[in-house]
Design a protein around this ligand. Sequence first.
Ligand code: NAP
Length: 237
Amino acid sequence: MKNVIITGGSRGIGAACVKAFAQKGYRVFFTYTKSEESAKELALETGATAICADVTSFYEMKKAADIIKNYGRIDIIVNNAGISQIKLFQNITEDDWDRMFDVNIKGMFITVKTFIDDMIHNKRGRIINISSMWGEEGGSCEVHYSASKAAVIGFTKALAKELAPSGITVNCVSPGVIDTDMNSHLTDEDMASLMEETPIGRIGKPDDAANAIMFLADDSSDFITGEVISVNGGIIM
Ligand code: NAP
């Protein structure tokens, strides 16, 4: 049985991944920070193990690894935990900037550092990082978010080159607008106009992103590395 760790699995895309991996028979571990109730419900529903651990803390991720090691080595990392914020560039504070980069990119550095020795030891593994369409093309009033998500793409490609000889693939999924709490600030009107702008004509579902992640985790994708797969209904191409 393969072991997968999904960061930020308590809600949204991460929760869809927890369900999808559990359904396919993987042993699933997921982290969360604040959403304890939904994490516990999801663990009960899927049989996954919920671990309260902040991706920005080496100490907390090491504690998560200590729990997981009782079940064997990690085969797949899904670096999903993320935050966003809408602010005019002039209003972004140094704290806003640092927090964005701490969660969205340093969190990936910490998570991979925590589990990479296992994968290198196994001579196989999958690392799947979640970027965003704004990391590909930049979003107005989301400069810090866009910059952190662009960094995810650079991180993915560099790590893919370095880890390929160790049998580990590193890829990125770049979602467009997906219906999760992250977009709860959008009004019905905003949603309608985003749908109109999207060639496929709808807003994405968490499962749309999870399906691409499942594909990259599967053995059948083992000749794909350093790639960015956009899951955005064609809103950017
Ligand atoms: P979401 O519904 O807001 O869920 C975010 C998840 O990340 C939650 O489970 C949250 O857990 C967790 N999280 C946040 N900070 C964390 C931390 N420091 N340590 C551990 N976990 C943390 O977001 P989502 O829409 O599912 O987004 C998931 C990923 O997709 C993010 O990286 C996001 O940037 C990316 N993305 C989303 C969209 C979209 O339209 N929704 C588009 C492009 C990219 P707690 O609640 O327990 O803190």
